[in-house]
Design a protein around this ligand. Structure first.
Ligand SMILES: NC(=O)c1ccc[n+]([C@@H]2O[C@H](COP(=O)([O-])OP(=O)(O)OC[C@H]3O[C@@H](n4cnc5c(N)ncnc54)[C@H](OP(=O)(O)O)[C@@H]3O)[C@@H](O)[C@H]2O)c1
Length: 279
């Protein structure tokens, strides 16, 4: 499953942050399948190299690995130096994770790092690459948001709030960049089957609603970009739920699901302790 992208508009190079795993890794694969060279950004070098080598082998594209922590204040300078010689036509700002837990039980430091990854990194990336794309008068930007973020996500309060920023930024830039020939799409995914689910204590086999595959999530995202949609919620059922379920009920459903997952996770962690430490 992949969507063919116009190399003239979105090539010859694309950049994907968070390309070592999950949704970002699949973006890299599907973009490479269109014959577009890829810059792969994340912290885990070995995984990025695997993605790059495999994409070059399968699709004959070039790849460049940039090992970077986007929560660092100076990351955009490093990313600029690592990519300034390339003609980049598509940027997928996707790096991020989920930090489930009650707001007061999570450390302030973690909240602040999450906020940098999920807001400042998108700001720096869209500002730097937005200017470059506008100058060439064609190209695309995809920003990873999350379904339901604007309504507030209990037990992921800070993550949800940060993603609401991404939605607002992306929708506004969609409007501003359109006359410049630059497409901007926010990908507001619901639960998707990646490593993140384990952090929530969620098992795709027992979840009340099956999480989406990364293949479908990414192909719907790319197809939305191709049509220059301002926001895409992948999956018909997700779109129906997003339109019909009142925000107060959505908050309750999410809080219950995350709460149960976290309880299961902590019970299984206790189960793994040596017996003398259990009581
Ligand atoms: N899966 C879902 O259900 C879901 C739902 C809604 C939204 N999303 C969003 O989709 C995006 C991708 O998530 P995923 O589910 O694919 O998770 P994932 O499999 O854990 O992948 C996250 C990616 O982000 C990178 N990353 C995280 N922190 C980083 C940092 N400080 N600097 C550089 N790279 C960093 C990770 O690479 P390294 O660890 O190698 O740095 C990894 O490549 C995130 O923005 C997430 O919030 C996911």
């Amino acid at each position: 499953m992949s969507v063919a992208l116009d190399k003239e508009r979105f090539g010859p190079w694309a950049l994907v942050t968070g390309a070592s795993s999950g949704i970002g890794k699949e973006f890299a694969r599907q973009i490479a399948a269109s014959g577009i060279n890829i810059v792969l950004v994340a912290r885990r070098k070995d995984l990025l190299e695997e993605v790059g080598v495999e994409s070059s082998r399968r699709y004959g594209v070039e790849h460049r690995v940039v090992v970077l922590d986007v929560s660092r204040e100076d990351f955009i300078g490093q990313l600029t130096s690592a990519t300034d010689d390339l003609d980049i036509g598509l940027v997928v700002s996707n790096a991020g994770t989920g930090n489930p837990g009650e707001f007061l039980k999570l450390g302030r430091q973690l909240h602040q790092t999450t906020l940098r990854v999920s807001t400042m990194a998108h700001l720096d990336i869209t500002h730097h690459f937005g200017a470059k794309l506008a100058k060439r008068r064609r190209g695309g930007l995809i920003l990873a948001g999350a379904m339901g973020a604007e309504s507030g996500v209990p037990r992921m309060a800070n993550d949800g709030a940060a993603k609401a920023y991404v939605h607002s930024l992306g929708e506004a830039l969609h409007y501003e960049f359109k006359p410049l020939g630059v497409y901007v799409t926010v990908l507001a995914a619901g639960f998707t089957n990646t490593a993140v689910l384990d952090k929530f204590g969620l098992d795709p086999k027992t979840m009340p609603m099956k999480p989406m595959s990364v293949e479908q999530c990414v192909s719907e995202g790319l197809s939305g970009l191709r049509k220059n949609r301002s926001r895409i919620i992948p999956g018909r059922l997700n779109r129906i739920m997003n339109a019909l379920v009142p925000a107060s009920l959505a908050r309750k459903l999410e809080a219950d699901l995350i709460g149960k997952g976290l309880a299961r996770k902590s019970a299984s962690a206790v189960g793994r302790l040596p017996s003398e430490l259990k009581s």
